[in-house]
Design a protein around this ligand. Sequence first.
Ligand SMILES: Cc1cc2nc3c(=O)[nH]c(=O)nc-3n(C[C@H](O)[C@H](O)[C@H](O)COP(=O)(O)OP(=O)(O)OC[C@H]3O[C@@H](n4cnc5c(N)ncnc54)[C@H](O)[C@@H]3O)c2cc1C
Length: 373
Amino acid sequence: MSERLSADVAIIGGGTAGCSAALHLRRRGASVVLLEARQCGSQASGVNFGGVRQQGRDWRELPLSQRSRLMWDRLPDLVGHDCEFVASGHLKLARSAADMTVLEDWAVGARASGIGVELFGRNAVRDRFPWLGDEVAGASLVASDGYANPRLVAPHFARAARAAGAEIREGAKVVGATRDGGGFRLETSDGIDVAARALVNVAGAWGSEIAARFGEDVPEGVLSPNMIVSEPVPRVVTHSLGVVGGNLYLRQIDRGNVIFGGGRGLPDLAAVRSRPSPASTQAALALAVAAVPALRQAQVIRTWTGLEGYMPDDIPVLGASRTTPGLVHGFGFSGHGFQLGPAVGAVLAELVLDGRTPTDIAPFAIERFAAPV
Ligand SMILES: Cc1cc2nc3c(=O)[nH]c(=O)nc-3n(C[C@H](O)[C@H](O)[C@H](O)COP(=O)(O)OP(=O)(O)OC[C@H]3O[C@@H](n4cnc5c(N)ncnc54)[C@H](O)[C@@H]3O)c2cc1C
C-alpha cells in the first residue's frame, strides 16, 4: 500500500544542493518533502575533494560562488556545525610563464569583483613556501578559500532542514514524475506518492534524466574525478593547492593525511558505481611529488572516486524549467559544485517562492541547450 504525502515543494535529490534548498524553503515557511534515492550526501556531495574555492572559477560562476563563500563562514548558525570548514587559503601553482599569465589574468578580474588575490613570482614562492618544488614558476593565493569535510556537509544541512520541519525520505528513489493539474505527482521505489505545487530537480548526475521526463533534453555527461589519500605524514602543506590546468590538487588535514586529486576514474552511472583509475593515481602522485618533494615517502592508503554530472560548457544548469511551470533545476555542476552548494539551495528557494533571485544566474539557463527552431 502506498503512503501519500503532500507539500508545497518536492525536492528530488539529497546532495548539498537539495538539502540546502530544503532548509532555505523551510526557513521561509514552505512545506517540503525531499526524496533521496540513497542517503543524503551519499553521491558527489559526500565523496568529493572538499575544495571550497573561488580561485580559478569561470567568471559566470563568481557571483554565486561569492554568495556561497559568505555562507561557509555562517555554517554554525545555519546548520549547527562548522563541517570542518577551514579558510586555509587556496594556492594555485604556475609551472611555466604561460601558466603565470593565466594566473595574472584571472587576478585582474577577481580583484575587480572584490576577491583578494596575491601573486608570487618564482623567488617570492621560494621565500614564502619553501616546501614547494623547483618546478613551480609562480603562484596565486586567494586567502579566503579553503576546504571542508564533504562527509559532513549534506548530512548537516539535512539534519537542520528536518529539525526545521522538512520531511526527508532516504531510500526513496523517484521512479515517476509528472505534472498533474496545478502541481506535480511523484512516485518512489518504496511506495511513496507525493503531491506538490512546485518541484526542485537537484538529482546531480541524474538531473538530466529528471529533466527529460518534462521534455527537456540536455547533454549532461558523467565524469569521475580520481581521489587519493595518504597515511598521516608530518605537516608540510599549509594551503589547499591546485595547479593551472587542474591535473593535480591536494590538501593536508590536521591529522597529517594528504588528500590528492588528479585525472579521472571510471564512471558507471547506470550501476550507480565508479572506480578509481590506477593510471590516474600514478600520474597524480608523480605530479604531487614534483610540487611538494616532502611527500615522496607518503604511503597511499585509499583511492576512490564518485559520479558527477558535467555540462559541455562546464557551468551548471540552474534556473526555471523552459517547459514546465513550477519546476526548477540545479544540476550539472561539472566538478565544482561543492563550494556552490549552500548558495545553490538559497537560490533555488528564492526561485520557487519569489520567481527570481538577486544572484546573477542568467548564464546557467537551460535554454542554452534548446534545439534551434
Ligand atoms: C570525486 C569528486 C571530487 C570533487 N571535488 C570537488 C571539490 O573539491 N570542490 C567542489 O566545489 N566540487 C567538487 N566536486 C563536485 C561536487 O561534489 C558536486 O558538484 C556537488 O556535490 C553536486 O551536489 P548535488 O547536490 O548537485 O549532487 P549530488 O551530491 O550528486 O546529489 C544528487 C542526489 O540526487 C539523488 N538522486 C538522483 N536521482 C534520484 C532519483 N530519481 N530519486 C531520488 N534521488 C535521486 C542521488 O542519490 C544523489 O544523492 C567533486 C565531485 C567528485 C565526484
